[in-house]
Ligand binder design. Structure first.
Ligand code: FES
Length: 342
């Protein structure tokens, strides 16, 4: 672990005071501890001070916390300098990037992520970028090894990163664009990339329906036996009605093909689509840029649902990318986006 010292006097503010809201929160928090054990509130109170003070704890903030908890200042300094969750010097206004450098992340490319930080932010960790918007540091395991390599920015983690994805993330933050925490590839949490590979059939769908309409899935006899004030179970849908319900759903939505017309397009050229996701798209009947390029908002919602991958299509703007690729392939893509498609 690196040596952790308080920041230079040149950046230390002269005083620190909690806002009224945070002060009230701190008092309530301190009250949760038994009499004589109030010192135990030091970590949450310091954390609140860090949140209030642009992501770092100054000496003045530590001393204020010491006064509130009736603790010698040295005890508060010890705690703040021991736990790496506390930043001891000013951090980037837009992002302080904590890159996990522990073995699983290191084996999966965290050093490349740090190279991006060195080039884009500052050669040395804990150093502000020229515009003061960014800073970075290497940290130990942040507990998301299954999605290595990963980083943390303030309270959120961003996982399954590549140097390119890291560059894109920094661009988005710099431009004030929304970034979605979690995996940055086509997976949900730690599920397989490209969607579920097991328990992904009707049983899962039925469970989803059951979760939304529990009564509709209970046997009628059980519902009747449970008492007169319970709602009677709705009548079972007849096969004819079922067909009537499902038939339009099949017709509605995006155009699908059981097989490609001629040669299938390389959907992986669309940023955000990997090999597994391409296979899934093919299985769903999508083979060509021209198909994706025609998706409406409604179509996107339908495909989003089928991929169990909410938001990715719009976030990466698949439709625009597909339109451009359909129009003029890679050359047109480079012309419009100023970079090669992935
Ligand atoms: S090793 Fe990086 S999150 Fe665990």
């Amino acid at each position: 672990m690196s040596v952790r010292r308080l920041a230079d006097d040149s950046v230390q503010p002269k005083s620190f005071a909690f806002t009224a809201k945070n002060l009230n929160w701190a008092k309530q928090t301190i009250k949760k501890y038994p009499k004589g054990k109030q010192h135990s509130a030091v970590i949450p109170v310091l954390w609140r001070a860090q949140e209030q003070h642009d992501g770092w704890v100054s000496r003045a903030a530590m001393e204020e916390v010491g006064r509130m908890l009736d603790m010698p200042f040295i005890r508060v300094y010890e705690i703040a300098t021991f736990y790496t969750m506390f930043q001891l010097a000013p951090v980037g206004k837009k992002a302080h990037i904590q890159v996990c450098g522990t073995t699983p992340c290191m084996l999966r490319g965290s050093e490349d992520l740090m190279s991006v930080c060195k080039r884009r932010i500052a050669e040395q960790p804990h150093t502000l970028s020229e515009d003061g918007d960014f800073s970075w540091e290497e940290v130990e395991c942040l507990g998301a090894c299954v999605n290595a390599p990963m980083i943390q920015i303030f309270s959120d983690t961003y996982e399954d990163l590549s140097p390119e994805a890291m560059e894109e993330l920094l661009d988005r933050i710099a431009n004030g664009q929304k970034i979605n925490p979690g995996p940055q590839v086509d997976r949900i949490m730690s599920a397989p990339e490209g969607g579920l590979t097991s328990l992904n059939g009707d049983v899962v769908s039925d469970r989803k329906v059951a979760a939304r309409k529990p009564a509709a899935n209970k046997p009628a006899a059980k519902t009747a036996a449970s008492g007169p004030d319970r709602k009677a179970a709705p009548a079972k849908t007849s096969p004819a009605k079922k067909a009537a319900k499902t038939a339009p759903a099949k017709k509605a939505g995006p155009e699908r093909l059981t097989r490609p017309k001629g040669e299938a397009d390389d959907l992986k050229l669309i940023s955000g689509v990997g090999p597994k996701l391409e296979q899934t798209l093919n299985k769903l009947g999508f083979w060509h840029y021209s198909q994706l390029g025609k998706w409406t908002k409604k179509d996107i919602a339908i495909v989003d649902d089928e991929l169990s991958f909410k938001g990715r299509i719009e976030r990466d703007d698949w439709v625009r990318q597909a339109k451009v690729l359909a129009k003029g392939g890679e050359a047109e893509y480079i012309k419009v986006f100023g970079k090669k498609p992935r």
